[in-house]
Design a protein around this ligand. Structure first.
Ligand SMILES: [Mg+2]
Length: 184
């Protein structure tokens, strides 16, 4: 098998418009935990997951999955909820691997472990996430990774100071494809 590039992709606010979910529930993000539980227990209506995927995501994944190893890399308070979000939003089938963590600052180590086990032949490694802190964590443990900070036009303001900078700032997956042009 030809060695492939690897692309790690964050879920919330990178592929999935998480603010829409909070609007659907009518809450602030800080109040989300009981709503996540109630959704999993079937006590409140299920959101329309697929509607909350940013429109540029699927066309990109369709192209990218042919040529890259796609790996989900996500932090969540509830792994089962996050798995449901991934599957019911129609994104699950694009990914060859999915790495979930409930811990802050774990993404760098998850990438490192994955690359040690499955990434020896990768011709290049890319990563996209909307949080500067995660970019920092991944870059500090894996300096070879080309890390892209996703800044959605109406995304959250993220403080950048004191973190290792991304290799590029992108606004959508067309920008990601541009930076990966040899591979997507
Ligand atoms: Mg995110």
């Amino acid at each position: 098998m030809m060695p492939k590039p690897i692309l790690f992709i964050d879920l919330d606010r990178t592929m999935f418009d998480t603010e829409r979910l909070y609007e659907f529930w009518g809450i602030e993000a800080t109040k989300r935990l009981p709503y996540m539980e109630a959704t999993m227990a079937g006590k409140i209506p299920e959101p329309n997951w697929a509607e909350s995927v940013f429109l540029d995501v699927k066309p990109f994944l369709e192209r990218a999955q042919e040529r890259c190893l796609l790996v989900l890399l996500t932090r969540t308070a509830d792994v089962d909820f996050q798995k449901r979000k991934l599957e019911r939003s129609g994104l699950g089938n694009f990914f060859s691997g999915a790495l979930y963590t409930t811990a802050m600052h774990a993404k760098g180590e998850l990438v490192h472990d994955f690359l040690t086990k499955r990434g020896k032949d990768a011709v290049a490694v890319f990563y996209v996430d909307d949080e500067p802190m995660n970019i920092h964590d991944v870059k500090s443990e894996n300096p070879q990774v080309f890390a892209m900070l996703m800044r959605r036009p109406d995304g959250l303001e993220r403080v950048h100071d004191g973190y290792l900078p991304p290799d590029a700032i992108v606004e959508d997956f067309a920008d990601v494809a541009h930076h990966m042009k040899l591979y997507v």
